[in-house]
Design a protein around this ligand. Sequence first.
Ligand SMILES: Nc1nc2c(ncn2[C@@H]2O[C@H](COP(=O)(O)OP(=O)(O)OP(=O)(O)O)[C@@H](O)[C@H]2O)c(=O)[nH]1
Ligand SMILES: [K+]
Ligand SMILES: [Mg+2]
Length: 451
Amino acid sequence: MQPSHRDTIAAIATAPGAGGIGIVRLSGPGSRDIGERICGRPLAARRAHHVRFHDADDEVLDDGIALFFPGPASYTGEDVVELQGHGGVAVLRALLGRCLELGARHARPGEFSERAFLEGRLDLAQAEAVADLIAAGDIRAARAARRTLEGDFSRRIDAIAEGLLAVRVHVEAAIDFADESLETLGGDGLRRRLVHLRIDLDQLMLEAERGRRLRDGLHAVIVGPPNAGKSSLLNALAGVDRAIVTDVAGTTRDLLQEVVRVDGVELTLVDTAGLRDGGDSIEREGMRRARSELDRADLAIIVLDARDVTGGTSVIADSIAGVPARLWLHNKIDLTDGEAAAVADGGTDRHLAVSALTGQGLEEVRKALAALAGGAPSSTEGSFTARTRHVDALRRSAVELAQAARHLELESLDLAAEALRAAHDTLGEITGVVRADDLLGSIFSSFCIGK
Ligand SMILES: Nc1nc2c(ncn2[C@@H]2O[C@H](COP(=O)(O)OP(=O)(O)OP(=O)(O)O)[C@@H](O)[C@H]2O)c(=O)[nH]1
Ligand SMILES: [K+]
Ligand SMILES: [Mg+2]
């Protein structure tokens, strides 16, 4: 990329509003000169200077600390200056205004991190982790974003990309010896390496998916037959009377969303219209919305009346088939003489007995939700955050890899080489080795100003 970013940018780097300290940050070739003119003295590298900040008429705007980080060993890789003054809006605006008068340009959102990426200080997944760290809603998500920022995720991508490159080189070389059989050219070893790459990729995809849930929170949809107690459950978990509860079947028609925190993990709960055959046109629209909400669910929480478990299951079976995980709640156990239906847990399905009315069993539900949202605290040890974009790229790469294996089986080396190149490029999208400029724009524009 052309160094079109060779101008000097400036922005208020602290959150807007009043605060003890506020920081104006500069990056680019003019940073040092602008900083020194505002401070009225030379700035030594990586030293804290207590200075007065001056305006154009040499009036004192504020006093504070000035820091100069020469490139390339700075956040952006360019010369960076930080002016730390008092955290008032007027003072910081005046300080920023003075930087602009002296030749800096106002930074776009995320432009400091974008420069860090363009200067090779961070790869794309790491740069995204900066924003994820800032936005993290709980300490587990923050720690996981930190690991991505430190390169834990990128290193795993790079290792697979390296393995892929070696296989590509091998296949491309074999193409040049078209008259020999693939076996004599080490075809067996090639296939084995491909199998190993597939295993590594699948494992990374699982972890990235977990990392995505840590970042985005779990999207859980509450479904079940009418009157099973879905809205009562939402209210009980949210701790507020959010949804209307009545004994009339078909009370809930529209989707109702509530973000709740269980054990420090954030998850989105969506209450839906009860699923049954028939119903009026409004209720049927509600059921359609419930079903389409399930398409993007990480978890289905199926609420059944414990007194009639089988009766309620048949209408919902189809709708929940594609959801990655299911939590079955046998509700209203207060009406069953403590005789909760005997049901076994298995695989991605869990069964719990509760009463949304009395609160019995709710603690178990909270634990199960926390475990599903981020894994148990111990299982998030070492995990990193990822984004939907990353998971999607891993998935596409795995598809190409499977194609390559098939072509190799049929000894179609050209097609295998093509699929391997695609798999390799797709991985490169994650770290930004391969990139489209509009992708960069959409990633960095979601950052806050000054980062
Ligand atoms: N005894 C008892 N009653 C409950 C329990 N949970 C819900 N109910 C009652 O069951 C009725 C239906 O509850 P809702 O929460 O409206 O059920 P819903 O599944 O949202 O119903 P729809 O929105 O109509 O599909 C209400 O009268 C609730 O008070 C429970 O655990 N025990
Ligand atoms: K109801
Ligand atoms: Mg309801």
